[in-house]
Design a protein around this ligand. Sequence first.
Ligand code: GLC
Length: 423
Amino acid sequence: MTAQDPLAKIAEDILRENDRGSYTVPTKGLYPFQWNWDSCLTALGQRHYDEARAWTEIETLFAHQWPCGMVPHIIFHLYDDGYFPGPEVWSTGRPVPTSGITQPAVAGFALRRLFDRASNRAEAEARVRALLPKVAAWHRWFFATRDPKGEGLVAIIHPWESGRDNSIDWDVSFERVPTEGIAPYTRRDTQHANPEHRPTKAQYDRYLWLVEHFRSLGWDTAKLHDASPFQVVDPGFNAILLRACADLADLAEALGEPALAAENRAFAARGLAALERLWSVEHGQYLCGDRTTGALIDSASVGGLLAAFAAIPPARAQAIAASIEAHGARFRVPSHAPADPRFDAKRYWRGPVWLVVNYMIADGLARAGQTAAAAAITRSSLDLIHESGFAEYYDPTTGEPLGGGRFTWTAAMVLEFLAMERA
Ligand code: GLC
């Protein structure tokens, strides 16, 4: 449908090239399996040229949901030794191997968007109807296992769950994670991408300690939260979940499932109230909270801006728009505040721009009436692609493309941004 725009043509080519039939890999080489939130956001790109294929992407993900309700962060569909840690390290005992942790719950939002924009209404209704109870079970699992005291917000127990692997947000809490006794290992990511732009060895040791620790507990997801020395309440992660709960509630209502609607509306309302405890007047954004100490984490990352994706109070959305403006970066939105001395323009989630995060912030700000701020993020994202192509992430000061190339979710977001500009 968007064939007239040369960027749309390239984006579609990338999505097709990384399509493995019923799921899409994030990029060749670096990430050869199916990733959870990548797939949900990828479906939003696929809908522009093949609606049926977009539904399949999310259905494949949920076909690998655990009986407890968790949807794992990686599905290892086919053997590939190009990625570490692979299925033998996770050893979760699933029929098709998967990792044992989860990722941002963007599926509910993606379903709603696919449903709202679908041209084949009958197909959309049938496919959402089948997915609805599965997504609802995932949301229920989150609040049951990751919010055991009923605070309204969920904790991540591994940085990989946030999707922002090496954010500065985790540094202080990560000190509490030991490294003694981990099995020797060889990283594969640094063979595909520049090591200077990736997480450090000290971080990898801790990522692996947590995986081995959870494995030693038999991947019983009811036990892992309390057993983890790393429990962080990330406002971005929670905002995605709360938005998904609200969107799922709307879908459930439309499809005549009042109980699921009420349950998800309650999750969203309680969570939005609790999110206010993470607001920082000083930073003009939300911050992460460390659940093991109860303290706010002094780190102005994009996680606290991404909170705009949920229905936060309008004054908060306005303050977030102003904070993004104040960053003054050439390209929006840096994954960490450039004024912070810890900002690192090229190292993964410690400074670079990621288009998926831009998309969710722009969507949330537009809904909150911050239309100029949303349009500026959309334009900046497309400028970046024009200048630097379809990379994994970008240096916000120079626009340099970084990490993997011909990247799936970047391409999907370009199709969405082009549609947003046309609208
Ligand atoms: C990296 C990113 C994560 C993403 C994955 C696959 O681990 O930090 O957010 O899901 O790559 O693209």
